[in-house]
Design a protein around this ligand. Structure first.
Ligand code: KIV
Ligand code: ZN
Length: 514
């Protein structure tokens, strides 16, 4: 009998700490629904005390999600824990994840606390958290550079205080697999009552070892892995969920554990997170990269055609690499459109938003006969800003581009109910269009990223554009999709401007992180 390996996804918390990967509440709910569909055990939905926006996102996810535990991160302080406790209150199953640093460098230089004070604070934190839920996780931040004797001491104390999961983070990605596994093995052996808790790993990828370290610790007895979709996360990222899950499944001969993940949902989750955050997936990325199952060399192709397993250790369809699914066409009605969105976990929050998205769908279906799930995700990505938040609306856009001439753009925007027209020239059609928009909006925002990606195959594919803007310490991503990439770009730019503009926007200021 295999033991259960708990998959704890922190895309919405540690993943969101990637520079510029901030997500709005609606986007987080969409990701959470996909994680639930994939049967993730625990969804770390955010860090409730970081901002009111984070708090509300966690609360909304706690309300929406039924089949996964919803967790909030909290420093070991009474206020942080109270905010987390409130945020997860609506959850069917809720967890508080509290942490304090335990390495000498963090205790001395960051916390300015003695080891005794750190232990005392950790124990208090568990007590505060248990007032809200029995499901309390404790993390020793920077455990990877902490002294093993001190880890044993603090873990013994927090287990006694009622912690149910003990997490051993390699916060700065410093460990190597054999060393990290040995730490885990010693902790399980030495800490009293270690068999009463779930031992967890949380590895960062600074040396490219996050997945290897996590798996080594699983072999040493860890039974929870903290990970993110596409390995998104602080600095070089966290361990990639898809790699952990597929390693355990593909090497069932080696791992004494199994997950309950529906692996066929992995590619959809990867695409969704990439689309929302604007973090592209590299083509040669394991499991979810576009080339992960492509065979270029003639010898390999020949081998695979004769017998798939000559060169393939996993089946593409097992991780959700099915052919693009034709879902809707130009004759599909509003109800079919709405129910397909629901199946994809997309809830539009008002009839007005649904009508706007449906109108866009019809327009798209006229130009592009085959509409796939990916098209629908892209279509709603720039439509989920509710009309009252939509300060800037694109009314008209035209661009001329000819050999030897500077492209010229004309745009008309509706700004808070009043139409404005502007013209501008630029280095290319997109540059000209952005300049024309900016001459109306006058946002002064800094463009951090502009990326275009074809959503499906074929020259009639929608171009999906991500525009990342920074202003006043806030970073937002705007998404836009259209078969015309200049229009997609304009939508994406306006989507980002609307997020910056919106007073209701819950995007967290960068720098509020832990
Ligand atoms: O990397 C880390 O140490 C963390 C903790 C808060 C778990 O993200
Ligand atoms: Zn982390």
């Amino acid at each position: 009998m295999k033991q259960h390996l708990v998959i704890f996804d922190t895309t919405l918390r540690d993943g969101e700490q990637s520079p510029g990967a901030s997500m709005t509440r609606e986007e987080k709910i969409r990701v959470a629904r996909q994680l639930e569909k994939m049967r993730v055990d625990v969804i770390e939905a955010g860090f409730a005390a970081a901002s009111p926006g984070d708090f509300e996102s966690i609360q909304a996810i706690a309300q929406a999600i039924k089949d996964s535990t919803v967790c909030s991160l909290a420093r070991a302080s009474e206020n942080d824990i109270a905010r987390s406790g409130e945020a997860i209150r609506p959850a069917k199953s809720g967890r508080i994840h509290t942490f304090i640093a335990t390495s000498p460098i963090h205790m001395e230089k960051k916390l300015r606390m003695s080891p005794d004070q750190v232990v005392e604070q950790a124990v208090k934190a568990i007590g505060w958290a248990r007032q809200y839920t029995d499901d309390v996780e404790f993390s020793a931040e920077d455990a990877g550079r902490s002294e093993i004797d001190f880890l044993c001491r603090i873990f013994e104390a927090v287990i006694k205080a009622g912690a149910k999961t003990i997490n051993v983070p390699d916060t700065v990605g410093y460990n190597i697999p054999s060393q990290y596994a040995e730490t885990m093995r010693q902790l399980i052996e030495r800490v009293p009552n270690s068999d009463k808790v779930v031992w967890s790993v949380h590895c960062h990828n600074d040396l490219g070892l996050a997945v290897s370290n996590s798996l080594a610790a699983v072999l040493a007895g860890a039974r929870q892995v903290e990970c993110t979709i596409n390995g998104l996360g602080e600095r070089a990222g966290n361990a990639a969920l898809e790699e952990i899950v597929m390693a355990v499944r593909t090497r069932a001969d080696v791992f004494p554990v199994e997950t309950r993940i529906d692996t066929t949902q992995i590619v959809a989750a990867s695409k969704l997170v990439s689309q929302i955050t604007g973090y592209p997936v590299q083509p040669n990325k394991a499991v979810v990269g576009a080339n992960a199952f492509a065979h270029e060399s003639g010898i390999h192709q020949d081998g695979v055609l004769k017998h798939r397993e000559t060169y393939e250790i996993m089946r593409a369809q097992d991780v959700g690499w099915t052919q693009n699914k034709l879902v809707l066409g130009k004759h599909s009605g509003r109800n079919a459109f709405k129910s397909r969105l629901q199946e994809l976990g997309i809830e539009l929050d008002s009839d007005e938003t649904l009508n706007a998205a449906f109108a866009r769908f019809k327009e798209l279906a006229d130009r592009k006969h085959e509409i796939f799930d990916e098209d629908l995700h892209a279509l709603v990505s720039d439509e989920v800003v509710t009309p009252e938040q939509e300060h800037y609306k694109l009314v008209y856009s035209r661009v001329t581009s000819e050999t030897g001439e500077m492209p010229q753009a004309t745009v008309i925007l509706n700004v808070g109910g009043v139409e404005h027209k502007a013209e501008a020239g630029g280095g290319g059609p997109v540059d000209a269009t952005f300049k024309a928009i900016e001459s109306i909006a006058g946002s002064g925002a800094e463009l951090l990223l502009y990326s275009v990606n074809a959503i499906t195959t074929g020259t009639d594919a929608q171009g999906e554009v991500t525009t990342r803007l920074a202003k006043g310490g806030r970073i937002v991503n705007g998404n836009g999709a259209d078969t015309d990439i200049v229009i997609a770009s304009a939508r994406s730019y306006l989507n980002a401007l609307n997020k910056l503009e919106s007073t209701l926007d819950k995007v967290r200021a960068q720098g509020d992180d832990i």
